[in-house]
Design a protein around this ligand. Structure first.
Ligand SMILES: Cc1ncc(COP(=O)(O)O)c(C=O)c1O
Ligand SMILES: [Zn+2]
Length: 389
């Protein structure tokens, strides 16, 4: 299916940006916002616009930014299953709680979606050398997709990330720099070296197209639930790309007439280590502060201040959602409970959602007949050294 990609738009000041040249964020100094891809308005049914024989995220290529399919770098990412909880029980959650299980993606996480879209578009724009600050999974995905697309990747990762995340980058041929610090420290070094060496930075929400790849989770949620969205979606929030992307997808589908205006309540689940969004949400702040209380076994949630924090907070508020943060002891206990009961060894980021679910049921924020979707964003196999087994 041909893409109906049009241009980029700043969601803050409304400025539009041409899509046939490389773009990053809004140049208006008073906003510097992430840019959103826009698509032509066409009134066509989902049957006419979806590539129904394609069982990857490129099924939705009409709503992805790559204009020439020969530039697509794909390894079958996306179209992951939605599966009901089987043996995990909390109060009366019978048949109402589901995982969307992203662990089967190439390199074991949902990061494959964003990286597939961003690298494909980078290739279309003539880019050959890319860099990324990462908490782990995005670096592995960038390394793998760069290998596949004949590009060179430079990955900047905190030193305290489990070894497998580092080894996979090296095996895929990326140049890895280990940084004594968190992802923000990685970001500063990646920025300086990228400017000096003319590498294109694929940083969360400072590059417009990872969002488009992650957005496909929203399309899948709608299609796989037969266009009846769940009542609540829980999302493990680091930089927030998936949360913002899922919301963007729902809005696009409403414009197409495929969905009505009913929306799930969106929940950002953080680690206690970096709970800036939760704090800002609960204290009614427009933006979050940078908070970093150190190591968390959910490496992907150690993001002191997401670049798009204001947009994340807007999504939570527009959806009548909430934010919640979980400590490492509870995350590890949830991970082990899920493994024992469900036979799924999931990423600690995803496991945090099960504890969040319980707390939100206890506080009656989630009612027992509500349909709830938990986004398991990755496999737990890469995190074994973080766990006491
Ligand atoms: C497994 C996993 N879950 C969640 C996240 C957070 O994702 P996002 O940056 O889209 O909020 C990450 C980021 O590294 C991750 O690796
Ligand atoms: Zn702007």
């Amino acid at each position: 299916m041909n893409s109906i990609f049009k241009d980029l738009k700043c969601p803050d000041c409304g400025e539009r940006y041409a899509a046939n040249i490389i773009q990053t964020v809004c140049v208006n100094q008073s906003c510097l916002s992430s840019l959103f891809a826009t698509y032509d308005k066409v009134s066509k049914t989902s049957n006419e616009l979806l590539d129904e024989d394609n069982y990857s995220m490129w099924r939705y290529s009409a709503f992805l930014p790559v204009l020439n399919p020969k530039n697509i770098i794909s390894m079958g990412e996306g179209f992951t299953p939605i599966i009901p909880l089987k043996n995990l029980k909390y109060k009366d959650n019978e048949n109402n709680v589901f995982w969307k299980d992203e662990s089967g993606n190439p390199t074991g996480s949902f990061k494959a979606r964003g990286i597939s879209a961003a690298l494909s578009k980078a290739k279309e724009l003539g880019i050959t050398e890319v860099s990324i600050p990462t908490a782990g999974n995005a670096g592995g995905a960038l390394a793998a997709y760069s290998a596949r697309g004949n590009m060179q990747a430079h990955v900047f990762m905190p030193k305290d990330t489990p070894k497998v995340f580092k080894d996979e980058c090296r095996l895929y041929g990326a140049k890895l720099t280990e940084i004594d610090g968190n992802i923000s420290d990685c970001g500063k070094i990646a920025q300086a070296l990228s400017i000096a060496n003319n590498w294109f930075q694929i940083s969360t929400l400072k590059e417009p197209y990872r969002l488009e790849g992650k957005k496909t989770m929203g399309y899948e949620i709608a299609e796989q639930f037969d266009w009846e969205l769940p009542d609540v979606i829980l999302y493990p929030t680091g930089g927030g790309t998936g949360l913002i992307g899922i919301w963007k997808a729902f809005n696009e589908m409403e414009e197409m007439g495929w969905l009505d205006s009913r929306r799930p309540r969106m929940v950002a689940v953080q680690s206690n280590s970096c709970n800036g969004i939760t704090t800002a949400f609960l204290t009614n702040q427009e933006d979050s502060a940078a908070i970093d209380n150190g190591f968390t076994i959910a490496n992907g949630l150690r993001v002191p201040k997401p670049y798009a924090s204001k947009i994340i907070l807007n999504v939570l508020r527009s959806s009548a959602g909430t934010a919640i943060s979980i400590n490492d002891v509870k995350i590890e206990a949830a991970l082990k409970e899920i493994a024992k009961k469900e036979g799924m060894l999931i990423a600690p980021e995803g496991a945090a959602l099960w504890e969040a679910y319980k707390q939100l049921v206890d506080s009656n924020w989630i009612m027992q007949n509500e349909k709830v979707l938990l986004l398991n964003t990755g496999t737990g196999y890469k995190y074994l050294e973080n766990l006491k087994v």
